[in-house]
Unconditional design. Structure first.
Lengths: 248, 96
């Protein structure tokens, strides 16, 4: 089978999945207009250093190992498709989407995951009415920075205490998803609390996300474990691609 | 692998249809509406129109199809590069 034919099969599969859920589809992404300019600017400042570090790490690792670019491309496509695919959650009667950044972080590292997430979020904000340009920094912090570093941290910590790698990957996906939505709750409550009491909004928003996001986080955990298992079984050497010293 | 992908897509489609058809009371709105928009509007900061408003008619549907196709094609291309068929890999005709 040619590369083009394989790509076409994958394209049709993903397009068919996306077509099940037409219409406006943003979920965790914060839309334009919700955050006051000061908060929008603040989250850009928070995200910027992580993005710069990620781009530097991407350049170094790509120079060392040419196959790494293909892995980043595969993971990037997965993050893009996953983070704009709303999934119906029967426990809540509503829809939300996975993020894919926990899985990405354990495969390509959290720094490069931030770069991948920024690309996906920018394309979604520009063309899919999904998120926003002024809120790109806030969305990148929740999905890219927190999702990636939390997922990677949980995976490394779990492996350090000798938890089996399959369970560690599951936990990375699960905690990354929940952490992303907890951060979105924090961003919203910090920006929207009128009386200055952030706590008065944080817990209600977090609780409102829970019925949809608790089962979806578990789904994302299985997704991360399955994808990690596939790569570990078929191309274990990809797990040992050289990493920059000090990178997670 | 092709069979696994086909089964996975069909399973997702079947579950989606079952869920949507099974619960007529559920509205299946995204949490952007049920959570983010609800609290933002209550705080006096409702979401504005996107800078490039593609949510007009079937344009958004078309763009989602395009995004799925582009993401799927890229994923399939790099997957093939990372996981070449065993025969091709042995013959040295794989990409790596």
């Amino acid at each position: 089978m040619t590369a083009v034919r394989r790509g076409a099969i994958a394209s049709i599969s993903c397009a068919a999945a996306l077509l099940c859920f037409p219409g406006r589809a943003h979920a965790m992404h914060i839309a334009d207009g919700i955050l006051p300019p000061a908060w929008a600017g603040f989250w850009f400042l928070v995200a910027a250093p992580f993005l710069v570090l990620g781009m530097r790490e991407l350049r170094i690792r790509s120079d060392r190992e040419p196959r790494f670019k293909a892995l980043v491309g595969l993971v990037g496509a997965a993050v893009f498709v996953l983070s704009c695919m709303p999934i119906p959650v029967p426990t809540a009667g509503s829809c939300s989407h996975p993020c894919g950044t926990g899985l990405a972080a354990i495969l390509i590292g959290p720094g490069i995951t931030v770069v991948v997430a920024s690309t996906a979020l920018l394309l979604q904000a520009l063309f899919l009415a999904h998120g926003g340009l002024t809120t790109l920094g806030a969305n990148l912090v929740s999905m890219g920075v927190v999702g990636a570093y939390l997922g990677s941290g949980v995976f490394l910590a779990a492996r350090k205490v000798r938890i089996p790698w399959l369970l560690a990957a599951f936990l990375a996906g699960l905690v990354s998803d929940w952490g992303t939505y907890a951060t979105t709750s924090f961003e919203l409550s910090a920006a929207l609390a009128r009386d200055g009491s952030m706590g008065s909004l944080f817990l209600p928003i977090l609780a409102a996300f829970a019925p949809t996001q608790v089962p979806l986080g578990i789904f994302e955990g299985f997704l991360a474990a399955g994808a990690y298992r596939l790569i570990r079984m078929r191309r274990p050497e990809l797990m040992d691609l050289p990493r920059e010293e000090g990178a997670a | 692998m092709r069979t696994a992908i086909a089964v996975a897509v069909l399973a997702v489609l079947a579950v989606a249809i079952f869920l949507v058809a099974g619960d007529r009371n559920a509205r299946w709105e995204g949490v952007d509406k049920t959570v983010v928009e609800k609290y933002a509007t209550a705080a006096g900061r409702p979401p504005g129109k996107p800078w490039i408003d593609t949510d007009r008619g079937d344009i958004l549907l078309f763009l989602f199809l395009l995004a799925g196709a582009a993401g799927g094609f890229a994923g399939g291309y790099f997957f093939r590069e990372l996981f070449p068929r065993k025969g091709r890999e042995k013959n040295g005709s794989g990409n790596d």
